[in-house]
Structure formats: C-alpha cells, structure tokens
Write a protein that binds this ligand. Sequence first.
Ligand code: MN
Length: 289
Amino acid sequence: MKLCRYDDNKIGVVRDGGVHDVSSIVQSLPKLSYPFPLGDQLIAHLDRLRADIERIADGAKPTPIKNVRFLSPVANPTKIIGTPVNYEDHAVEARADPVISLAHAEHGKQRKIEEAGLFLKASSSLIGPSEGVVIRFPDRRTDHEAELGLVIGRQVSNISEQEAMSVVAGYAIALDMVVRGTEDRSFRKSCDTFSVLGPWLVTADELGDPGSLQFTLTVNGEPRQNANTRNMIVGIARQIAWASSVYTLYPGDIIMTGTPAGVGPVRPGDTMSLTFDRIGSMDVAVRGP
Ligand code: MN
C-alpha cells in the first residue's frame, strides 16, 4: 500500500496515479489524553487498521496525483536519524572537497562511519515535497542529499540486526538538506524545511527488498545523483540495530540512510526532482528566505 498525507492534512491511499481519500480512518485511532504517547499514532496503528484503510479506499473516488499537494507521509516523528557518509563514492568526493568535509574530519582526517556515529535532525525540519525547501543562509552553500528514507513502525530498543527489518513500516524518498560549514551537523541540517519526505510511504510488504533500489536526483533537469542502495556501506538492517542500541525508536521515526556522490548546491528558484525505483518520484522547489 502507498499511504500519503496531502492537502489540508487528508490521509490517502495512492493507486494507479490516483489518491483515494481515507481520512475517516482517524476516527478509529485511540482517544488519547495527556501525556500523549510518543510517536506517530497513525503509523503506530497501521497494521491493525490496514484492512479498514484498504476498504475505505475501495469506495473512494480517486483524485489524480497531479491535483494534490503532498505533505510528509509521517506527521509526528520523535526524531529524524541521519547516517553519515554511507556510500564510498560520496566519501571520496567529500575527501576531495574541503567545503563538504569540514564536519566529517577530525584533526584533518576523515572518520569512518562507525567512528562518526549517527546524527539527529530536528523533527521540526520535516516537510513534504509540496512545501518546498527554504534557503536559510543565502550567502552560504546549501546542498541536496538524496537518500532512501525508512519509517519505523513500532517502539523498539536494542533490536538485533537479524530482527531489524521486522520493525520497518515502510519507505519513502528523503532529502537531507544541509548548509555547509563548521557548525555541528544538528545545527546545519535542522533548519525548517531541511528534511523532506515523500511523496508517500510505500509499506515494507509492498516494496520488498530495499537493498537494490536505483535512484536519481536532478536539479532543473541537470543530473546530479544517480546511485543504487546496494552500494551502502552500512546496510539498512545494521543501521536500525545500531540506532536502536542508542535510542528507543518510536512509530514514525525516520532514518535517512545516507547519500551517494553528486551532492551539490541549490539556489532559490531551482527545482529538485527525485525518482526512486518502486517508490515513485517527486519535485521539490527551492525558495528564498
Ligand atoms: Mn545525509
């Protein structure tokens, strides 16, 4: 199933280029009171509600996807986890470009991913493709990073690599935007609009093996990134196990699994176009401050 959030916080199922409104499913979510549980409640209950969602979609008249504005398919992640330098070709380009490698290096030497650790992006930076990225520091270099985004389906900590794939709710296209510079990653990657997820969530059962997805990013039609998830240094199951050994993962938490070579700057007026095998494609506009 392809699940989306769109327009004025509607919930939809995407089938054959049309969005079926299933917003009434929120009436089946538990009535909650303070202190509300952490995590995204729709994602938390997705397995239980799946059959009902499909049934509502069957009876809904589809709207063509070109006529809707896609929001992030996850409304309330507790955190967005980033995996740094997870493709060897990006590690090579980062070593060659002092502007990229400023934050990767320690005493002038690039660290391996295990030494660098994971990082966090503020959940307030999350948007969907229709909202567009806003340049925060116009006089500095802001880069795109196309990545596979994965969404956690249930609360878990210390899960083994062998069991890790069982906690994935699904996958989406992710953009990890970053201002280059010397500040901490959490500062430079957490500006409002700097985490894009979309255009919809493809459930794990529908996507199948996420370890062989070809993906591309262009800017104004010019090819920038073209890679395959099989070339990750640390695979998806190990990223989940690693993250869960440090943080409790909650429903809706997002892991941005790293970017390949070809990162580069964007400016107001640009359009980034991303395409992923078995997920889909999305355009993201870049706007001035
Ligand atoms: Mn990244």
